[in-house]
Design a binder for this molecule. Structure first.
Ligand code: 6R9
Length: 667
C-alpha cells in the first residue's frame, strides 16, 4: 500500500498483528454446530458447492440447469434459468411447511410498544401490501423507494415489493430530503413508502416532510417520477397531505385482499438497489438480483450464526437502510425461518441498558451488532449489562468496521459470558453477504481478525502487482472468483461498475480495503484505502461531504478526513477555507463557533445528521501536491493531534505551518 494512503485504523492495528490469544470452540458447541470442518473441503469443487446450497436452502419454482455463467464478466449470472420468488421463500413456504404459528418478528418500539408477528400473519400482511402496491400501479420491474423507521412495516414493504418483482431501494431514514431526491431520481421510482415519523431518542421524528420535499418540483431538476406516496401511521403526528398522490398504508391494506400470488421471476431478476458512498460525490446504486443473493444470504446466516430456527432468537441491530439490514434482518433470517427481534430505537433510550433489557426479555441467543455500538457500551460501563441476564446469548457477531481487540475481548467477556463465540464478519454492500468470517463451531477465534474466507469464497490479499502476499505481508483485499451474491452492477452505469471494482487489477474484484495476513494466514482488515470513511460503521464519502460544504456560500474550499475516534471508529473532521468576505467573521471565538454550527447544520441538511463533521477547522490554505491533490494524510495528522508527517511532496511546504499555527485565525 502506498505510504501516503496508510489509514488511522492501520496505524492502530499494526502492533496488534501479533495477537496470540485464540479461542477454540468448546466441544459442546462444535458437536451441535451447523458447519463442520469438512465444509471447507466440500467447497473446493467451485460453483457446484453453491448449486448444492441453492437447492438446499431455497425453494425454486423452476430448477436451474446452469450454475454460473461468467462469460459476460464482470457481470455474473448465477442459476440463470431458475425461477423463484424472494417473498415466497421468506414467508409462504414456512407457512406451507406447517410453521405458520412460529414467531417471525418480536417488534419492540422505542416508546415500549410491542407487536408479535407470526409467519402466517406476515404472509397475510405482505400479501395485502403487495395487492395495495399493485393497485397503485406498481408492476414487475418498477422501482419503489422505501424510507421508513425500523418497524415491522419496513420488512413487510420490502417483501411486498419482492413479491411483485418490483425492485426496492431502501433509503436510510436518517438521510436528508436532498439525498432522498437524488436516490429517487436515479432509481426512477414510481412509488415511495414512508411513515409520518418514527421514534428517536424519546421523541417522534418526522419523515414524511422529507419525502414531500424530495419529490416537489425544483428549479433545474426534472419532474419527479413518483406517482404515489404510501404513508404508514407510526407516530400520529400532524402530516401534510397531497390528495390523490398520498395514500395511508392502513387504508390501502385494509381494503386489499389477503391472497396474493407471487410473481415468479428469473434468478437474475433485480431484487433491490441500495445506494452506497463511493469515492466521488455521487452515490452508487448497487444492484442485487434474486437467486444468488438469497442463496448466499441464507447460507451465511445459517452457518456463520449457527442458526437453529426452532430454538434460536436472533437479533441484528442494523437498520434496514443498510445492507446488513437487507441481508441479516429481512432476507437471510426470514428465508431460514428464524424468529427475530426488531427494535426501533437507539441503544440508550430511555436508558443505557435498553439493549440488554431486550436480550433478557426475549432470551436472544444470537446477537449481531457493530463495533461502534460495543465501544459505546464499553464507555457506559460494564455495570450496565451486568444488571441483566444475558445467559441466553450463544453466538455474537460484529460487522461494519474492524473491531479492536480490546472491544472484542470486552464483548466476549461482558456480553458473551466468556463462552459465546464471536464472529467478526467482513463484507460490503457490493458483496451482498458475509465473505470473510470465522465459523463458530470450527474456527479458533482471534480478537480483532475476520480471519478466513467462507467456504466457496476466494478472498485474498495482494500487492500492487496483484501478487498474493505471503503470510505476514500486507496490501489490498481482493476477491478472485465470482460469488453468488455479488453485485450485478451499478444501476444505470456499467462503466462506473467496471471502473470502480475491476480496473485496478485484471479480472479480480478490488474491495477498496487494506488488509494483512498474519503468520497463520488469517486476514486482518485495516480500513479503506480510498476516500471513503467509516463512521459508526456507515460509509461516507469525503468528496460528498466536501461538496456539501462547498455548496454553502461561506465556504471557498473544503477538505474532509476521517480521524480516529474512540467511539465511532472514525469521526468526520473538516478543514475549510472561507470565502474572502467571511474570513473576518471567523477571527473571534463567537464568530467561528457560529460558522461551525452553520456548516454542521448545512451538512446535516444536505446529506444527513450522520455526516455532520465532529470538528470544523477554519484554515487559510490546504496542503496540496503539485498535481493539486489534497494530502489528507497530513490533515489527519492535525485532526488526530499528531506531529505532522513528511510534507516534502507539497507544492508549498510552508502550508502545514500556516495551518498548524493559524487554526481558527485565518489571515
Ligand atoms: C456490511 C457493511 C463496507 C465496508 C468495507 C470495510 C468495512 C465491514 C468489516 C469491515 C473490517 C469488518 N467493514 N465489515 N472492516 N472488519 N468485519 O458494513 O457494508 O456499509 O457497504 O461497508 O465496511 O471497509 O469495505 P458497507
Amino acid at each position: 500500500m502506498p505510504e501516503n494512503e496508510s489509514t488511522p485504523a492501520q496505524t492502530g492495528l499494526e502492533n496488534l498483528l501479533h495477537e496470540t490469544r485464540a479461542f477454540p470452540p468448546s466441544p459442546e458447541f462444535a458437536a451441535q454446530a451447523n458447519a463442520k470442518p469438512e465444509i471447507y473441503g466440500q467447497a473446493a469443487d467451485g460453483p457446484a458447492f453453491w448449486a448444492t446450497q441453492a437447492r438446499d436452502l431455497i425453494s425454486w419454482k423452476k430448477d436451474f440447469t446452469e450454475t454460473l455463467d461468467w462469460s459476460g464478466a464482470p457481470v455474473a449470472r448465477w442459476f440463470a434459468d431458475g425461477q423463484l420468488n424472494a417473498a415466497y421463500n421468506a414467508v409462504d413456504r414456512h407457512v406451507e411447511a406447517g410453521n405458520g404459528d412460529r414467531v417471525a418478528i418480536h417488534f419492540e418500539g422505542e416508546p415500549g410498544d410491542t407487536r408479535t408477528v407470526t409467519y402466517a400473519e406476515l404472509q397475510r400482511e405482505v400479501s395485502r401490501a403487495a395487492n395495495a402496491l399493485a393497485a397503485l400501479g406498481v408492476e414487475k420491474g418498477d422501482r419503489v423507494v422505501i424510507y421508513l423507521p425500523m418497524i415491522v412495516e419496513s420488512v413487510v414493504a420490502m417483501l411486498a415489493c419482492a413479491r411483485l418483482g418490483a425492485p426496492h431501494s431502501v433509503v436510510f431514514g436518517g438521510f436528508s430530503a436532498d439525498a432522498l431526491r437524488s436516490r429517487i431520481s436515479d432509481a426512477g421510482a414510481k412509488v415511495v413508502i414512508t411513515a409520518d415519523g418514527g421514534y428517536r431518542r424519546g421523541k417522534p421524528s418526522a419523515l414524511k416532510p422529507a419525502v414531500d420535499d424530495a419529490i416537489a418540483p425544483k428549479d433545474g431538476a426534472e419532474a419527479s417520477t413518483v406517482e404515489h406516496v404510501l404513508v404508514v401511521r407510526r407516530t400520529g403526528q400532524d402530516t401534510a397531505w397531497t390528495d390523490h398522490r398520498d395514500v395511508w398504508w392502513h387504508d390501502a391494506l385494509e381494503s386489499a385482499d389477503v391472497q396474493h400470488t407471487p410473481a415468479w421471476v428469473d434468478a437474475e431478476h433485480p431484487l433491490f438497489i441500495l445506494y452506497t458512498s463511493g469515492t466521488t460525490g455521487k452515490p452508487k446504486g448497487i444492484l442485487h438480483t434474486t437467486g444468488g443473493y438469497l442463496t448466499q444470504a441464507a447460507f451465511t446466516h445459517k452457518n456463520v450464526f449457527d442458526l437453529k430456527p426452532e430454538s434460536d432468537v436472533y437479533w441484528c441491530t442494523a437498520d434496514i437502510g443498510w445492507i446488513t439490514g437487507h441481508s441479516y434482518v429481512t432476507y437471510g433470517p426470514l428465508v431460514n425461518g428464524a424468529t427475530q427481534v426488531i427494535y426501533e430505537g437507539t441503544p440508550d433510550s430511555p436508558h443505557q441498558g435498553r439493549w440488554w433489557e431486550i436480550v433478557e426479555k426475549y432470551k436472544v441467543s444470537i446477537f449481531y451488532t457493530a463495533p461502534t455500538a460495543i465501544r459505546a457500551c464499553m464507555k457506559w460501563g460494564e455495570e450496565i449489562p451486568a444488571k441483566y441476564d444475558l445467559s441466553s446469548l450463544r453466538v455474537l457477531g460484529s460487522v461494519g468496521e474492524p473491531i479492536n481487540p480490546e472491544a472484542w475481548m470486552w464483548y466476549r467477556r461482558v456480553i458473551g459470558g466468556d463462552k459465546a463465540p464471536i464472529v467478526d464478519t467482513w463484507w460490503q454492500t457490493e458483496t451482498g453477504a458475509i465473505m470473510i468470517s470465522p465459523l463458530p463451531g470450527v474456527t479458533a477465534t482471534k480478537p480483532g481478525s475476520a480471519q478466513v474466507p467462507l467456504p466457496g469464497i476466494a478472498a485474498t490479499v495482494v500487492d500492487d502487482e496483484a501478487h498474493e502476499v505471503p503470510n505476514g505481508g500486507g496490501g489490498y483485499l481482493v476477491l478472485s472468483e465470482p460469488w453468488p451474491s455479488m453485485l450485478r452492477g451499478i444501476w444505470g452505469d456499467l462503466e462506473r461498475f467496471k471502473d470502480t471494482y475491476w480496473s485496478r487489477f485484471e479480472g479480480i474484484y478490488f474491495a477498496g480495503d487494506g488488509a494483512k495476513k498474519d503468520e497463520d494466514g488469517d486476514v486482518w482488515l485495516l480500513g479503506r484505502v480510498d476516500d471513503v470513511m467509516n463512521v459508526s460503521g456507515h460509509r461516507l464519502s469525503t468528496t460528498e461531504i466536501e461538496s456539501a460544504l462547498v455548496s454553502n456560500p461561506l465556504v471557498a474550499e473544503a477538505a474532509v478526513v476521517g480521524a480516529a475516534d474512540e467511539v465511532s471508529g472514525q469521526a468526520v473532521v473538516a478543514f475549510v477555507i472561507l470565502r474572502g468576505e467571511h474570513a473576518e467573521e471567523a477571527s473571534t471565538p463567537e464568530g467561528s463557533a457560529t460558522i461551525e454550527k452553520t456548516l454542521r447544520d448545512h451538512v446535516a441538511k444536505e446529506i444527513g445528521p450522520i455526516a455532520k463533521p465532529k470538528k470544523i477547522l477554519v484554515v487559510p490554505e490546504l496542503p496540496k501536491t503539485r498535481s493539486g491533490k489534497i494530502m489528507r494524510r497530513l490533515l489527519r495528522d492535525v485532526a488526530e493531534n499528531r506531529e505532522v508527517g513528511d510534507a516534502t511532496t507539497l507544492a508549498d511546504s510552508s502550508v502545514m505551518n500556516l495551518i498548524s499555527s493559524g487554526l481558527n485565525t485565518p489571515s
